[in-house]
Design a protein around this ligand. Structure first.
Ligand code: SAH
Length: 345
């Protein structure tokens, strides 16, 4: 599949056929499973100032919180009781010693409780040493969206102190350390072209990533992009996000692809539609309500109702069981071929 093919698929009106093809690739490559990761939105303090994001540093209307460490441990305790094999800690970006130590303590706590826990981190750009430390303590997956692979657009939606190159460097570091590495993009940013979305998909392929989190952009009030965003058509972003999931499934085959919370925010069947377009991961939000409503990356996020997810098994005719770890087959296959190559040489 070349860039032209991807552009044509992104433009297609025949989504039924695109989604059916993607779903068939999903069944053949990763089987009739959708994996769950319990999502903990740990803190909305953020050092960054991304122009699209509601928890950006300069948003004075965002009520800041850190979940106290003991409470976060209790949440993890509860997740373990519910037999979740994997959970995700997501947070605003914070490189303070204190934050790094808290994440370390949570990893240690979780691994003591259940040595098999697959811990996913999504806490932004950190030094290689920090990534390494968390990996050695037992975190095994990391999500860091590139947001857009288009450098000019990246610079339009981020302040000058943020560096596109550093974000890529972080992804390379995560892979070198041995994490199951995930990235992804925002779909429908103001001034984003279809060609640029096609390049994002090729970027995921080139980076040989294991996991993808693809999400429609949803304008957020109190952010600099909101005014430009007024002309953004959310339904169009949703449709492009589903097409992107489908194309990524067809092209990247055995990676894990999440149906994002942003999909479910736009459409009450967002998760289901994402799965039917080829995704195989859902992240039910287990953050206590008082915090959840403040983790406002975009407007109206708090209306998502995750209580139905376990019933999706029947609707989708898939196995959806929290106790399945669901390591990306792409990771398993690429690490075993790396070892084979080493053995041969
Ligand atoms: N600090 C972490 C986690 C960021 S929040 C990091 O840098 O990776 C997780 C994701 O929310 C971001 O990667 C971004 O893609 C998404 N997000 C932020 N604002 C959004 C918006 N307005 N609409 C949709 N998604 C948004």
């Amino acid at each position: 599949m070349n860039k032209n093919d991807i552009v044509n698929l992104l433009k297609t009106n025949n989504t039924k056929s695109l989604f059916e093809t993607a779903y068939a690739v999903k069944l053949a490559e990763v089987g009739p499973y959708s994996y769950l990761r319990a999502l903990i939105e740990y803190s909305n303090y953020c050092q960054r100032n991304c122009y699209y994001c509601g928890i950006r540093r300069d948003n004075i209307n965002c009520k800041r919180y850190n979940i106290p460490l003991e409470q976060a441990k209790n949440i993890i305790f509860g997740i373990n009781k519910q037999k979740y094999a994997s959970f995700l800690i997501q947070s605003g970006e914070n490189t303070s010693k204190n934050f790094i130590s808290e994440i370390s303590q949570l990893i240690e706590y979780a691994k003591n409780l259940n040595p098999n826990f697959a811990i996913v981190l999504s806490v932004g750009e950190q030094t290689k040493e920090t990534y390494k430390k968390w990996f050695e303590l037992g975190a095994e997956r990391y999500l860091l969206r590139i947001e857009t692979s288009d450098k000019a657009l990246y610079n339009k939606v981020h302040p000058p102190e943020m560096s596109y190159e550093n974000r890529i460097r972080c992804l390379i570091n995560l892979k070198e350390i041995g994490y199951q590495t995930g990235t992804g993009n925002l779909i429908g940013l103001p001034n984003q072209t279809i060609e640029s979305l096609a390049d994002d998909i090729l970027f995921f392929k080139k980076m040989d990533i294991d996991m993808l989190g693809l999400g429609p952009y949803i304008p957020c009030k109190d952010t600099p992009l909101f005014l430009t965003g007024k002309s953004v058509r959310i339904q169009k972003n949703f449709d492009f996000a589903l097409k992107t999931i489908a194309i990524c499934r067809i092209l990247l085959k055995n990676v894990n692809i999440a149906a994002s919370t942003a999909l479910q925010t736009i459409d009450t069947e967002g998760y289901i539609k994402g799965i039917k377009a080829g995704a195989n991961v859902i992240m039910p939000n287990v953050t206590p309500d008082i915090y959840k409503k403040e983790y406002s990356l975009y407007s109206d996020k708090s209306f998502v109702d995750d209580s139905q997810i376990l019933n999706y098994s029947k609707i989708l005719h898939e196995t959806i069981n929290p106790s399945l770890k669901g390591t990306p087959l792409h990771y398993i296959e690429s690490t075993s071929s790396r070892t084979e190559n080493k053995e041969k040489s």
